[in-house]
Design a protein around this ligand. Structure first.
Ligand code: TXA
Ligand code: MG
Length: 339
């Protein structure tokens, strides 16, 4: 725990102005976006950006996303291109991040020394109001401690970063619940670096081409570690056709072995679970928008119970829409995957 006083600001005019003032002065403010809470700093102030890495315990080789008030500012931090303009027109403001060649004003702390910068225009009204009042681009990774699940409420931010940052603006629970989709628009064809809030099918429809999707295995986006978003309690994820039966068997086995078990559960499975397990219902099978909104909160809630193990099965078809992002986050959270 750090020794800074962390102010809890309301998402009203006074709170928004206070947040903007702190950002302009080089401080650290956690703010709600439509995806997850971000930990913001003045993106053109190298010392302020270094503060983000310190507060999170984030490795310096993991670049952060620059948030802009509107697409018209893109040219101030990056060199845009035709594909980027099309995607920006279609999806901004919203949960899409574009990777483009960076302008010199962007400090290397933001981009971890890369010659590209990741940029997005968030749609959350509070994020937009803060960006408008601050009148500077804001660098912001998710506002969690390094390798913890991303925060979807102000309380999650305080649980991780109280004493380490100057303020958090409470805008209530975030709407999307998983982070933005990241597309590298320098590459040809454009590459999907991280599935997220905008389904890749929607992006491909605008581009008129398929995105290059990296095979599972080597992680392409810098800082995208295979294990990430992790609960402290080991999570086993069951995938594939036998997932449900294997999950139910594992629950019984663990209980018989005297273990304390938590389930990240689908609504369909709750009736089948024996007594004595801690259950957090995430949503219904293929109810992807609802499950995305609940996922990180459910992981954090189970983790707080200090159980021996957590079990989950796939929440949706992993090849369709938001199901891709759900699958990606679950796999990163899992210590063991059973196929
Ligand atoms: O929804 C979101 O994207 C949230 C909210 C706060 O905007 N932010 C977020 O940031 O998820 P973060 O730091 O947790 O993830 C940023 C990721 C990096 O880990 C890296 O994979 C990718 O964005 N990234 C950033 N700059 C990049 C670059 N120049 N080239 C490739 N990938 C980059
Ligand atoms: Mg993150």
């Amino acid at each position: 725990m750090g020794c800074r006083h962390t102010r809890l600001l309301h998402a009203d005019a006074a709170g928004i102005q206070a947040a903007a003032d702190i950002l302009r002065a080089g401080g650290l403010v956690a703010l709600p976006t439509e995806t997850v809470y971000g930990l913001g700093a003045h993106a053109l102030d190298a010392a302020a950006v270094r503060g983000i890495f310190e507060a999170k315990g984030r490795p310096a080789d993991d670049p952060v996303i620059v948030h802009l008030q509107d697409a018209a500012q893109l040219g101030t931090v990056a060199f845009s291109n035709e594909l980027a303009s099309r995607l920006a027109d279609a999806f901004w403001p919203g949960p899409l991040t574009l990777v483009l060649p960076k302008r010199e004003v962007v400090p290397s702390e933001v981009t971890a020394g890369l010659d590209t910068v990741a940029v997005r225009v968030p749609s959350h009204t509070v994020a937009r109001a803060i960006l408008e009042a601050a009148r500077v681009p804001v660098a912001a990774p998710s506002a969690n401690l390094f390798s913890r699940p991303s925060p979807t409420t102000a309380q999650h931010v305080l649980d991780d970063l109280r004493g380490r940052i100057d303020a958090v603006v409470d805008g209530g629970p975030t709407q999307v619940g998983v982070e933005s989709t990241i597309v590298d628009v320098v590459a040809s064809p454009p590459r999907l670096l991280r599935p997220g809030g905008v389904p890749s099918e929607a992006i491909e429809a605008i581009l008129g081409t398929r995105l290059k999707v990296p095979e599972r295995g080597p992680i392409v986006a810098p800082g995208m570690l295979p294990v990430h978003y992790s609960p402290r309690t080991p999570l086993t994820l069951f995938v594939g056709p036998g997932a449900r039966a294997n999950l139910l068997r594992a629950v019984v086995d663990a209980l018989e072995a005297g273990k304390r078990v938590g389930i990240l559960a689908l609504e369909e499975d709750t009736g089948l679970l024996p007594d004595g397990v801690c259950t957090e219902v995430v949503g219904a099978w293929n109810g992807t928008a609802g499950s995305a909104k609940r996922l990180f909160e459910a992981i954090r809630a189970l983790d707080a119970e200090k159980l021996d193990l957590l079990l989950a099965r796939e929440l949706a078809d992993p090849a369709v829409g938001l199901g891709r992002a759900l699958e990606d986050r679950l796999r990163r959270a899992a210590q063991t995957i059973v196929d």
